[in-house]
Design a protein around this ligand. Sequence first.
Ligand code: RB5
Length: 157
Amino acid sequence: MKYIIATDHAGVDVKNYTKELLKAKGYEVEDLGPYTSDRVDYPDFAEKLSRKVVEEGGDISIEKDWRESKVFGILICGTGIGMSITANKIRGVRASLCHDAYTSQMAREHNNSNILCFGARTTGFGTIESIVNSWDNSSFQGGRHLDRVKKIDILDR
Ligand code: RB5
């Protein structure tokens, strides 16, 4: 399992914290930046990360029935909103803005989400840890949820 992570200037410290959480779990983590708190535009990082997750993680959509990606993305900005809006423009991405362990669990179990977004200015470090743990411990449940995510994928075509 590999994680690719990126932020904008609002989340550099939170990105570093999240990287350490993932590394402690033994995962490979690729950091797409930025590496300083100089102002940047979040869509640039969201696009770069999203394209990489789809390229490396493969197609999770209905064309091949469904599979869970072995490559996940994590996108952080002030609120997580701009990152999630941008990421979901890229075909093959199901990005979820999560605020707690429950939304993170549901993003994986019900939505087969492959990119986790959260807000550096809205989410405390303890909550971020619970979001990451919950994401990591959850898997897509298929079944009735598959029929629903298929309807999302059709909109991409
Ligand atoms: C940057 O100030 C802020 O707009 C950005 O981090 C994010 O919250 C956008 O959705």
